[in-house]
Design a protein around this ligand. Structure first.
Ligand code: PMV
Length: 330
């Protein structure tokens, strides 16, 4: 009744921003991500009659409030499928700062559903794991897989056709790198969940976003197919800027950038003009992720470290599928 899973974070190249169903966590638009090798969550889940209530310990702290509620509601879904009422102890560790826009909810929710379903004796396939992960945090349905991943928005009202699928495996494009520039260790002020709801309700440009996203998806898939780094980078950077334009034009406006975020964005454009090809993407937080090729990785790392306000740099390859591991956290 005890299992441990490891899942990697992912970064969207074509973003998910806005739900068509708040409860089931169904997106307004399909989206595409890359799984990141160096950012991961390990989670151990044990179901036992010895526990009177569910316990959730994240990064050595007993957790309450919204974070715990999210874990409990996913445990309840797993218990419902398994027809069990046993309480659980969940211990989870991120190897990177939690909730600052490095997709900790994605790797966290994917590791949780994989460990919990295994611990309770369910043998779910990846499609069902992806659907369960989605119910914790939308983007986490993509963290079940490594490599390049697409979350198809689906059409069904009950969400049964809204899950992630692998486009290409982790070893498909070995030269590709995602270099993360960490510019803060604080938690973000506006969580994605409430931020995207506000955008759908108030942003006058939201229709324009929905109309343009499918073309971005076609372009990144074309870029994967031909290993066309320039097309991949241009499309991803433009898509991220479009999403941030939506956020800025939301009422009240949501601005996730800090001065270092903008410094990096400007630097990357300048490097590109001078022949060093790299592109940025940014999620719901101030951290910046740079796409580059292996030949430029060391140069990008050292230039990024030199930008004022950059606290840490983490260079990632494409990460692998989430998996069960045999070293438990307790
Ligand atoms: O899955 P959530 O609720 O953490 O939202 C993710 C939103 C973005 O990271 C900004 C975009 C994405 O597709 O991951």
């Amino acid at each position: 009744m005890k299992s441990t899973a490891l899942a990697n974070a992912n970064i969207a190249l074509v973003k998910y921003w806005g739900k068509r169903d708040e409860k089931l966590i169904l997106p307004q638009n399909s989206n595409v991500s890359v799984t990141l090798s160096e950012l991961s969550t390990i989670t151990t889940v044990e179901f036992s009659d010895d526990y009177d209530e569910d316990i959730f310990i994240l990064d050595d702290k007993v957790t309450s409030g919204k974070d715990k509620e999210r874990v409990l509601s996913q445990l309840d879904m797993v218990r419902e499928i398994a027809k069990s009422s046993q309480k659980a102890k969940v211990v989870s560790k991120n190897n990177f700062p939690t909730a600052a826009g490095l997709a900790s909810s994605a790797s966290g929710s994917a590791a949780l559903v994989m460990a919990a379903t295994d611990a309770i004796g369910l043998n779910l396939d990846k499609k069902d794991l992806s659907i369960l992960a989605r119910r914790g945090s939308g983007s986490s349905c993509r963290s079940i897989y490594g490599g390049f991943v697409e979350w198809n928005k689906g059409e069904a009202g009950d969400g049964t056709d809204s899950y992630a699928k692998k486009i290409e495996s982790y070893d498909y494009w070995p030269e590709l790198r995602v270099v993360v520039g960490v510019v803060t260790l604080s938690e973000k002020e506006v969580k994605s969940r409430s931020g995207m709801k506000q955008t759908v309700e108030t942003c006058p440009f939201y229709d324009g976003w929905l109309k343009s996203v499918d073309k971005d998806i076609l372009d990144v898939k074309e870029a994967f197919k031909n290993k066309d780094f320039s097309l991949l980078g241009k499309t991803s950077e433009h898509n991220a800027l479009k999403m941030h334009a939506l956020m800025i034009a939301t009422v009240p406006s949501i601005i996730y950038w800090n001065p270092s975020t903008i410094r990096i964005m400007n630097a990357v454009k300048l490097w590109r003009e001078n022949g060093l090809e790299s592109y940025f993407t940014i999620d719901a937080g101030p951290q910046v992720k740079l796409l580059c090729l292996e030949k430029d990785e060391q140069e990008i790392i050292s230039r990024l470290k030199a930008v004022d306000g950059v606290i840490d740099v983490i260079s990632c390859k494409l990460g692998r599928d989430a998996k069960i591991i045999y070293e438990h956290l307790f």
